[in-house]
Ligand binder design. Structure first.
Ligand code: DAH
Length: 340
């Protein structure tokens, strides 16, 4: 009897089950009503009385070991089942994370900043809520000057002296008030105009302004700087041309066109078959503006320029509706990627 019991004990100790079915078969074999354990207890009556105690202890051991085995294997199998759950199956393809992309306006702004920073331009910013003086008066827009109509301004009803800036040229004034030449900076930012929203116009958009003030700065410096920008941004074959224009704060003033980078100048839809696209306004800073900021206009000269970021981005990516920039439709936004 003892030998038989020891054999069962050995079998119980070495038992392993890989499936719940195997475990159930083991449980029935040892622990069910007609199982081995019950059978062994029934045989107790045939055991010599002096051995009963010892055999009884052994039988209890068999029963306990079998029960422990069943519960520990059961736990193991349950654990295995959760760990082979789909979420941790390492052979399954990974769930791809949706990585965001930069907004096209940020990409274009960063590219422009990067190009001008190579020429030593620093970046400065000014407030979006401006006073009339910084936005207009100091820039040589006189009180009743019709040029104020060029920009449909948002005024604050209670205080018409406060405006939402209509252009980033206001930052020129703030910088010139605070710094003495040489000044070589660009000012990116958001501007506001009371315009009806359409495919071509929006009441909120972005500009980058540039300002370079030093001794002996000439129109040739302006041309060379903007030529460098155009070829870096639009490609080495880009040509530039200047058309005379008018801005109150520059004299002379010009508008700069670049040869159409889509058709190379032969004429297409983007350049409306002219071969040229208008890109920015620029000019030599009017001496009055320098004086308004306490900069000696006898000693210093300078140039300024301003361009619309949406306009440049629309040309670069051939986007034909400005409203797309502000709708934040992920299908639109995820088409733009950039290292910057
Ligand atoms: N502020 C002008 C606008 O919003 C753009 C501009 C033109 C800026 C000529 C300049 C400049 O600095 O010199 O239309």
């Amino acid at each position: 009897m003892k030998e038989k019991i020891n054999k069962y004990l050995e079998e119980i100790n070495s038992f392993i089950a890989e499936t719940p079915d195997q475990l159930e078969a083991f449980r029935i074999k040892y622990l069910s009503k007609k199982g081995i354990v019950t059978g062994l207890f029934a045989e107790m009556k045939d055991v010599a009385p002096e051995l009963r105690r010892e055999v009884g202890l052994l039988l209890n051991d068999v029963k306990n070991k079998a029960q422990d085995k069943v519960s520990s294997i059961k736990d193991n199998l349950a654990q295995k089942e959760t760990s082979t759950d789909k979420s941790t199956d390492l052979t399954l393809p990974a769930n791809f994370l949706n990585i965001g992309s930069r907004h096209p306006l940020s990409i274009v702004r960063n590219d422009i900043i990067e190009i001008f920073s190579r020429l030593g331009f620093t970046v400065e910013v000014g407030p979006e809520i401006e006073d009339d003086w910084h936005n207009f008066t100091a820039l040589n827009f006189h009180e009743e000057h019709p040029a104020r109509d060029m920009q449909d301004t948002f005024f604050i009803e209670k205080n018409p002296d406060i405006v939402l800036r209509t252009h980033t040229s206001s930052v020129q004034i703030r910088v010139m008030q605070n710094e003495q030449p040489p000044i070589r900076s660009i000012f990116p930012g958001r501007v506001f105009r009371n315009e009806a929203i359409s495919a071509r116009a929006h009441c909120i958009f972005h500009q980058i302004e540039g300002l370079y003030i030093d001794e002996n700065v000439s129109f040739a410096d302006l041309k060379q700087t903007l030529y460098y920008f155009a070829t870096e941004f639009f490609g080495t074959d880009t040509k530039i041309r200047f058309r005379p224009s008018y801005f109150p704060f520059t004299e002379p003033s010009a508008e700069m066109d670049i040869s159409c980078f889509i058709c190379g100048g032969s004429g297409c839809k983007v350049c409306k078959h002219t071969g040229w696209v208008e890109i920015l306004g620029c000019g030599m800073v009017d001496p009055n503006v320098l004086e308004n900021c306490d900069i000696d206009s006898e000693k210093y000269t300078g140039f300024a320029f301003g361009m619309g970021i949406e306009r440049v981005a629309m040309l670069k990516y051939q986007i034909d509706d400005i409203r797309l920039f502000f709708e934040n439709d992920a299908r639109f936004l995820k088409q733009f990627t950039s290292a910057t």
